[in-house]
Design a protein around this ligand. Structure first.
Ligand code: AKB
Length: 312
């Protein structure tokens, strides 16, 4: 069967760029974008788009059958900060959407799934530097609990039913096309908009909060990279650690200041500080590098330059 791709959550921060990338790679009509809301008008014009509720099994199945879908990228999720405000909504969205696609694959209606995990699977008892692939995982956030549970189910469906599911633990993602929504790492995107517009930024995390981060082009390469890797090289079917660089708000502010000398940052930590403090600072992603050849391209400096150039 020829490859036909469905992206669920195509209007979000990752979904928008993933849709554009996959349409370039496989052809506009091979990639069906879907979301509960309409997104970027360019995406709607460029290829097929379906309004789709990821929690509605019948609706997802209908789109899969109508478009003869082989691969699903399930990008719909509620992120860490919003999930703390709406715990049950987050649990229902993050888990039911995953079960819908896992069950479609178990029943041989689709062939391959990408599902995003996160550094949020780790918690306050995890070693915070060079966090290994396999380590203590006691997440303290609703989002982290849903991602850790999801990882266990992915591995279970792979072992029990042979489902071809692939996943990575995204760090904070920085991009300029579509803003993120409801995450703890969102400050690292917002800071660029505020630096350009107001020359100052009030950060909701304190100056020393180091977190793992990645520029979106690298995240897209990793996402498509693991999906295109030969089956045998994907040895971990929960989710792979993935890393590029780590920084704290003071460090990214200093990097931006090299381009905008008037820029200043101040700090007003809120409830997201506790979430950030429970996450790793740096990640050991050697399994992804060895198993399926992951490598990142962008450093903090290169990302900063590219973000400012594009946002200007
Ligand atoms: C968040 O901050 O919730 C996300 C994540 C690290 O998964 N960006």
């Amino acid at each position: 069967m020829k490859k036909r791709i469905l992206i669920i959550g195509a209007s979000g921060q990752i979904g928008t760029e993933l849709t554009a990338y996959l349409r370039k790679r496989y052809g506009k009509h091979k990639v069906i974008a879907s979301d509960i809301v309409e997104g970027d008008p360019a995406m709607l014009k460029e290829g097929p788009f379906e309004i789709l509720d990821a929690m509605d099994y019948d609706a997802v199945q209908d789109v899969v059958i109508r478009h003869e879908i082989t691969d699903v990228y399930l990008m719909a999720a509620m992120l860490s900060a919003t999930a703390e405000k709406f715990p049950m909504k987050a649990w229902n969205l993050n888990m039911n959407s995953l079960f819908n696609v896992l069950n479609l694959a178990r029943d041989k209606k689709i062939e391959k799934i990408f599902w995003p995990s996160s550094i949020a699977v780790f918690g306050p008892t995890t070693p915070r530097t060079d966090t290994p692939q396999r380590t203590v995982m006691e997440p303290s956030t609703v989002y982290g609990i849903s991602k850790q549970t999801g990882e266990r189910w992915c591995e279970y469906y792979h072992k029990r039913f042979g489902v071809d599911v692939r996943s990575i633990r995204y760090p904070g993602l920085i991009s300029y096309t579509t803003p993120p929504g409801g995450g703890t790492t969102d400050y690292a995107v917002d800071i660029f908009y505020k630096a350009l517009k107001h020359k100052k930024y009030v950060c909701f995390l304190n100056a020393e909060t180091t977190l793992p981060m990645m520029y979106m082009p690298d995240a897209i390469e990793a996402t498509v990279g693991i999906m295109e890797a030969p089956d045998a090289s994907v040895k971990i079917r929960s989710a792979y650690n993935l890393a590029a660089f780590s920084f704290n708000p003071e460090e990214i502010a200093a990097t931006i200041k090299k381009h905008i000398p008037e820029f200043t940052i101040s700090y007003a930590p809120d409830f997201r500080q506790a979430i950030a403090d429970s996450w790793p600072q740096t990640i050991d992603d050697s399994d992804a590098r060895t198993d399926w050849g992951w490598k990142h391209s962008y450093s903090l400096e290169q990302m900063t330059e590219d973000m400012l150039k594009n946002l200007r």
